[in-house]
Write a protein that binds this ligand. Structure first.
Ligand SMILES: Nc1ncnc2c1ncn2[C@@H]1O[C@H](COP(=O)(O)OP(=O)(O)OP(=O)(O)O)[C@@H](O)[C@H]1O
Length: 600
């Protein structure tokens, strides 16, 4: 029987966000008003320092938190900004211009350093940032004529807004506060925009992000560029505020780690965590330094160490993480059972099969001496469902990897029909996604820390770049996949059945023309298998072509127009499901004699 429930949009996002917004507004107002009301020079200094560190840490968090690329040499961008501002100021150029010049140099440096690292996995980026921090420090020492070398640089005392240098403290607070707001604004905009979702998705599961059409290197480069530019601009202002800079102080590893520490303590990857970290820690250390003077040299390191230890022990996701867990629990008061998968209305009569949409010819893949696929060729037509079956280790997933760009074949070609009516030979996962090929993974790849809604949105962004449109599509897809009760729950909390649905939901939200499903029925109950079959059939009726690797023979038999049987990397049979299951070679290699006698 068909279920044709209509989609009713779920309620808006939980209202617990309001107290959070209120708390944020209070902190921001206090940061400006307290020093103005108290009027004390030291209090001004403490609050200006909070703003500078909050801005720097917020900028760091774009790459270290959102993108998950640990930068331990971020002070190099700060130093570039500081030196650019000061050198240009001493040449008579206003730091307001110098700040943009520094930002431009920092962006170029960040891209040059990051590009090779982002193409690799592992700790290369963290190591490269430390190495280049040292390179910049040595350069600053070496080019004495320009930088003053180890003696450092002093600004020429030119006062006023044009030169960013003031006798009074209030204008400096206005600039520091304004720049912090700019950093927060940029961080907020990135996180709330498609780029933010893409960054977090890439951080969580790079393969799944690539399958959703995310150009992972590109989005990380955008993040590091934005972060470097903001850090450099902060560096220019801080240099003007301090009036003196030297290589050891600005290109400093300790300073870099300090910037990262505020984000770690406040809540790495959250928008306001770094602000919270700076608000809590800077006053502690500055007041201690102010009270103890020279005796307290290095005290800030001790304070940060103790706080970091406490946070790691009791709040592994930082202070914001602990707070959001509390609010998430309130939001996740959801039923414990999954909703049913809801199929779309089926067409009265099945549309006829269309043109060839994928042609696979002579695919070869070997790992060293192990030949995993040998001369695999097949075609797929529009609106067709092709079942791919075979024993474990036959090479089915390897074929999927090659027909979605995740693995380069050693021989053979994969051609996909484009909307322009021509066959193309895509190479990368992004190319395949662009041609409308969407895939799921046999081992589910959720973006664990994102909510169910956000996970599906990552797929939906491919055709709907605007957040509200993508959210709408995600909700509709979640409803259809029976995931609506969990919209605001983190994906990490789903059962394996739920994760399988999420995997399909994410790819469905991309609205693919060719859908590659890798064992999506494994681990779901009989009723849901039946519903999932209905769902696949209704998707097929819309003209989408499907290749399904499946061990659940009930699904293979009722879904497939054609079945290909792979054994030891070779196609041993191909044809209608009822013919293939009678093939003695298939019975011998995969199904076993019991299957022939079973009722199916
Ligand atoms: N990256 C790799 N390096 C070396 N061997 C690999 C690699 N990937 C797959 N293999 C090997 O290739 C063979 C085919 O693996 P594949 O995962 O494609 O099989 P499958 O048919 O999908 O199996 P299953 O049904 O168990 O998922 C296996 O022997 C596997 O160990």
């Amino acid at each position: 029987m068909q279920r044709t429930e209509t989609f009713a949009p779920p309620a808006a996002r939980p209202v617990y966000l309001r107290p959070a917004a209120l708390a944020l507004a209070t902190v921001l107002a206090a940061l400006f008003l307290i020093p103005v009301v108290v009027g004390d020079a030291f209090i001004y200094h403490v609050f200006i320092t909070i703003c500078i560190f909050a801005g720097l840490s917020t900028a760091w968090n774009i790459v270290g938190g959102y993108a998950g690329q640990l930068s331990l040499g971020h002070a190099m961008f700060y130093g570039i900004g500081a030196y650019a501002g000061m050198i240009l100021m001493n040449m008579g150029v206003s730091p307001w211009i110098g700040m943009f010049a520094g930002a431009a140099v920092a962006v170029v440096a960040s891209v040059v350093i990051s590009y090779p690292c982002f193409r690799l996995h592992g700790p290369f980026f963290a190591l490269a940032t430390i190495a280049f921090l040292e390179v910049f420090r040595v350069l600053a020492l070496h080019f004495r004529d320009v930088t003053g070398g180890a003696m450092g640089m002093m600004i020429e005392l030119k006062l006023g807004w044009e030169w960013m240098v003031f006798r009074e403290r209030l204008p400096a607070l206005v600039i520091a506060y304004g720049m912090m707001l700019v950093c927060l604004g940029v961080a907020w905009a990135i996180r709330e925009h498609r780029l933010g979702y893409y960054l977090v998705a890439t951080r969580e599961r790079e393969s799944a992000a690539k399958a959703a059409g995310v150009q992972t290197v590109r989005v990380r480069l955008l993040a590091v560029s934005a972060s470097a530019a903001l850090t450099a601009m902060m560096g220019t202002f801080h240099a003007m505020y301090l009036t003196f800079i030297e290589p050891a102080a600005v290109f400093s590893l300790t300073f870099s780690i300090q910037i990262a520490m505020f984000a770690l303590i406040g809540g790495i990857g959250t928008i306001y965590g770094p602000l919270l970290g700076a608000v809590l820690l800077v006053p502690l250390t500055e007041i201690a330094r102010g009270a103890l003077g020279a005796q307290a040299l290095g005290l800030h390191g001790f304070v940060y160490g103790v706080v970091l230890l406490l946070v790691v022990l009791f709040m592994p996701n930082g202070i914001m993480g602990a707070l959001s867990r509390f609010t998430r629990e309130k939001a996740a008061e959801t039923p414990s059972q999954a909703g049913p998968v809801v199929s779309m209305p089926r067409a009265e009569t099945r549309p006829p099969l269309g043109a060839e949409v994928m042609r696979v010819e002579g695919l070869q893949k070997h790992f060293g001496g192990l030949h995993v696929t040998n001369n695999v060729s097949f075609t797929l037509r529009e609106g067709e469902i092709l079942g791919l079956i075979g024993p474990n280790g036959a090479g089915k997933t390897t074929v999927f990897n090659m027909i979605s760009g995740f693995m380069r074949p050693n021989g053979g070609t994969v051609s996909v029909l484009d909307r322009d009516g021509k066959m193309h030979q895509p190479v990368s996962p992004g190319d395949f996604a662009a041609l409308g090929v969407g895939r799921t993974f046999q081992i589910v790849q959720p973006f664990a820390s994102m909510t169910v809604e956000e996970n599906i949105m990552v797929g939906a962004f491919y055709r709907h770049p605007h957040v509200n449109d993508a959210r709408e599509v995600a909700r509709e897809t979640a409803h259809r996949m029976g995931l609506a009760p969990w919209l605001h729950a983190e994906a990490r909390g789903l059962t394996i059945g739920g994760l399988k649905r999420l995997e399909v939901a994410r790819v469905m939200a991309m609205q693919p023309r060719i859908l590659l499903l890798d064992e999506v029925m494994a681990g779901i109950n009989q009723t849901d298998v039946r519903r999932a079959i209905d769902l696949m059939l209704s998707i097929r009726d819309t003209g989408v072509s499907i290749i399904a690797i499946e061990h659940v023979m009930q699904a293979v038999m009722s879904l497939s127009d054609r079945v290909i049987v792979l054994s030891s990397g070779e196609i041993i049979a191909e044809g209608k499901p009822q013919d293939v299951v009678r093939d003695p070679q298939v019975i011998e290699a995969y199904l076993g004699k019991d299957f022939v006698h079973a009722d199916h």
